[in-house]
Design a protein around this ligand. Structure first.
Ligand code: NAD
Ligand code: ZN
Ligand code: ZN
Length: 397
């Protein structure tokens, strides 16, 4: 089959790889009809090479149809239309039963001290072949799927794989009081969707980014926006000026480790990306490699006693944080990979009664799988108006 493979820093290629097959009785194979590219894929593309191998199949936002099931799979049959959560979950362990599916104790990657295995996401998360491919093997398929109704196209449900539950969890963890305010840092797919969800709940939402199309998309939905590149005072000062001198009740960091505006860490990330894996892994573990500009802004922007919800992914082990400010401002911080299955029942009604979140028109690009190299390039450079790109393995280029 054809699949998008990681080849090195800023290099992906569509290659022919062996078709996946049932390896355990709990597996299923799906034929992929849509597969998103995520900001998390950009981290693999740019800085996380130390944990990748040439030829790894990328992608963790897939949906499609079941073509084969293992002998122990009882909940799925050939032809079912399914969205595949980005994490692999057994559905049965203590963590899965408490809704913390991203911490599944059956699939945790203990070798690296990491949580649940993820599709297409580096050695840290199990090096499981991903879904930017014609077919995908789904381990623990009875728990690792969301069945969705048949419909004319995939856009309605595809984002249940990642964007919707991640943005939903970001808003839940932000714990914004009723009628309160939230700043969303970063307006890529995750921040954009978090703005939509928060606005839909009647909250005051302020969105921050530096990409004009991204700012315009949320502004159209009633979000107040700040263009990072158009201001010359700290964002925190501006937002305090808009909120009785306090800052917003909550802040969502939807940026993560590659934030703009952290020159020292940018250099550290670049050098780590060029070192041999074994050395780079040491650097990632012992130096402050995350770019913390967004997280530091969040700490500044949030009001005293407020909450920061971090959905942006961080990867360093020794990042310097302003503990005095965090402590003095009495800030609560919640973070983590989204627990996809935990939020599906809450989100589903918003996908089935009208389209209040605008999922049908959320993607800016739907491209054949064979265009993956171009797709990664424009998504990383935020060129050609790219905000959300979906790859279509069924299209011929
Ligand atoms: N927690 C989870 O389960 C989960 C799931 C999906 C994605 N993520 C993470 O969420 C983050 C966002 O993902 P995405 O798909 O929206 O990616 P993205 O890269 O498209 O979006 C990031 C946005 O942040 C903006 N930005 C950069 N520096 C900034 C700064 N200092 N202040 C404000 N904005 C800034 C960029 O211009 C960009 O628009 C990534 O770190 C991704 O890995 C986490
Ligand atoms: Zn993702
Ligand atoms: Zn589990």
């Amino acid at each position: 089959m054809k699949a998008v493979t990681w080849q090195g820093r800023r290099k992906v290629a569509v290659e022919t790889v062996p078709d996946p097959r049932i390896e355990a009785p709990t597996d299923a194979i799906i034929e992929v009809t849509s597969s998103g590219i995520c900001g998390s894929d950009l981290h693999l593309y740019e800085v996380m090479g130390a944990y990748m191998s040439s030829g790894d199949v990328l992608g963790h936002e897939a949906m499609g149809r079941v073509v084969e099931t293992g002998s122990d799979v009882t909940d799925l049959k050939r032809g079912d239309r399914v969205v595949i959560p980005f994490q692999i979950t057994c559905g049965d362990c203590y963590m899965c039963r408490t809704g913390l599916t991203s911490q599944c104790e059956t699939t945790q990657v203990r070798k690296y001290g990491c949580g649940a295995a993820l599709f297409g996401y580096s050695k840290l998360y199990g090096q499981v072949p991903g879904g930017q491919a014609e077919f995908l093997r789904v381990p623990y398929a009875d728990a690792t799927h969301i069945t969705v109704p048949d419909g004319p196209d995939d856009a309605r449900f595809l984002y249940l794989s990642d964007v919707l539950p991640t943005a939903w969890q970001a808003v839940e963890y932000a714990a914004v009081p009723d009628g309160g305010s939230v700043t969303v840092l970063g307006l890529g797919p995750i921040g954009d969707m978090a703005c939509r969800i928060a606005a839909q709940r009647g909250l005051r939402v302020i969105g921050v980014d530096r990409v004009p199309e991204r700012l315009a998309r949320v502004a159209e939905r009633g979000v107040e926006v700040i263009d990072l590149d158009a201001v010359d005072e700290p964002i925190g000062d501006i937002i305090r000026g808009w909120t009785d001198g306090r800052g917003t009740d909550s802040v969502i960091d939807a940026v993560g480790m590659e934030a703009h505006g952290s020159p020292f860490a940018s250099a550290a990330q670049r050098s780590a990306a060029f070192l041999p894996d074994i050395v780079a892994q040491r650097v990632m573990d012992t130096a402050g490699v995350d770019r913390l500009a967004a997280l530091n802004s969040a700490i500044d922007i949030v009001r005293r006693g407020g909450t920061i919800s971090v959905s942006g992914v961080y990867g360093g082990m020794l990042d310097p944080l302003p503990m005095r400010v965090l402590f003095d401002k009495q800030i609560q911080v919640r973070m983590g990979q989204a627990n996809v299955r935990r939020w599906v029942d809450d989100i589903m009604p918003l996908l089935q009664n009208g389209d209040p979140l605008g999922v049908e028109t959320f993607a800016t690009h739907r491209l054949p799988l064979s265009n993956a190299a171009q797709a990664y390039d424009i998504f990383q450079h935020k060129s050609d108006g790219a905000v959300k790109i979906v790859l279509d393995p069924t299209a011929t280029s």
